[in-house]
Ligand binder design. Structure first.
Ligand code: EPU
Length: 338
């Protein structure tokens, strides 16, 4: 276990915010995690936070407590049958390395989730999704340790209560369990999901019909690289807001005013892309101080260099206010403010 005091988080958040924490602990095994939890118990009045690669976080100030980070690695076979394979993966594995490994070993399902930044544990907490797939579909169970008791608990898929960018661990269970491993169920047969608009469009442009898994992965990687800024060049945390789901009635009112508005029917209403609304408000590519809105995808806010968390919050507030005035919709951050 490694313990650092008064530690800079600059390299632990993709927004590139130079905040500090009182204590940073990285552990490599479940035993080390128990030691780390004992350190937390020595400081009961201080907050703690568990992070992955920090690709969905915004530090708005220095963190007055302990930050934990998992370096639990490993990908092991955990069972399966003629059609599927179970893989037990350490929470600290890099998500995209895992996707690449699965594709090269002919285990299928998660190709559409290629190049999503972050680590495996956080992927299971956030229910990452892209191009018509969500990771929950491939999660068999999640192994955790309860912070208060140190006891191991395995959550079945249903117990994780997954929804769009949400789970038990993000909601009610927030801060109560640390994910140590995630067990994925992947398919031995390639059955691509190609229905998402952006995929269709790019396949048409390339004259591609029946992509292999390798080709699909490459396609997704190329689309993401073209649209989303590389955090090592320009700090960002991917989509900054979740896409709001509005009532049928609200959708009809907006569609009358904006006939070209993109929209997706959902079980509870109609999803309107926040990026489209932000673009309509004139924010796409626009700077505000040391921050700005990405010029190729308006749902992504960027650090133009040396921004603080408060700078990003100021930009977020300005965008939310404009979207509220124009569309009567409240945008909610997808990024976690710390
Ligand atoms: N749009 C615009 N202007 C923009 C951005 C988008 O008009 O600046 C329109 C697009 O033309 C399209 C629609 O909005 O009609 C949807 O855009 P896109 O396909 O780029 O997806 P998104 O809804 O903006 C979501 C996820 C992304 C994920 C993509 C692809 C959320 C919050 N975001 O974005 O996830 O990669 O779909 O599946 O659901 C992330 O979570 O960090 C992330 C990047």
């Amino acid at each position: 276990m490694k313990v650092y005091e008064n530690y800079s988080l600059l390299h632990h958040n993709t927004f590139g915010i130079d905040a500090r924490c009182r204590r940073f602990i990285e552990y490599e095994t479940a035993d080390e995690l128990h030691e780390a939890l004992a350190v937390l118990r020595e400081h009961p009045d201080e907050p703690f936070l568990h992070i992955g690669a920090g690709s969905n976080l915004l530090f708005t100030r220095d963190f007055p407590g302990t930050i934990l980070h998992s370096a639990i690695r490993g990908v092991d076979m955990a069972g399966g049958n003629a059609d599927t394979v179970l893989l037990r993966v350490g929470a600290g594995e890099v998500w995209d390395d895992f996707v690449a490994r699965c594709v090269s070993r002919h285990l299928y399902g998660i190709e559409n989730l290629s190049l999503i930044p972050g680590e495996v544990g956080a992927a299971a907490v956030q229910n990452i999704g892209a191009y018509g797939e969500e990771v929950e579909k491939f999660i068999d169970c999640v192994e955790t340790i309860e912070v208060a008791s140190g006891k191991a608990r395995v959550f079945t898929h249903d117990e994780c209560r997954y929804g769009y960018r949400s789970s038990f661990f993000k909601g009610e269970g927030h801060g109560r369990y640390v994910v140590t491993h995630v067990v994925f169920r992947l398919s031995c047969r390639f059955a691509p999901v190609l229905s998402y608009g952006a995929l269709q469009k790019e396949m048409e442009r390339r004259g591609m019909h029946n992509p292999t898994a390798e080709e699909l992965r490459r396609l997704v990687v190329d689309i993401r690289r073209a649209k989303l800024p590389d955090p090592s060049e320009r700090g960002n945390a991917g989509s900054f807001f979740v896409n709001p789901v509005v009532s049928e009635e609200k959708y009809r009112e907006l569609a009358a005013r904006y006939p070209d508005m993109p929209h997706y029917a959902m079980p509870g209403g109609v999803k309107i892309p926040a990026g489209w609304m932000i673009e309509q408000c004139g924010w796409k590519g626009r700077p505000l101080g040391r921050t700005g809105v990405h010029d190729r995808q308006a749902l992504v806010l960027v650090n133009l260099g040396g921004a603080t968390g408060s700078d990003v919050v100021a930009l977020s507030d300005a965008i939310r206010s404009d979207v509220r005035d124009r569309f009567g919709i409240d945008l909610h951050p997808e990024v976690n403010f710390i």
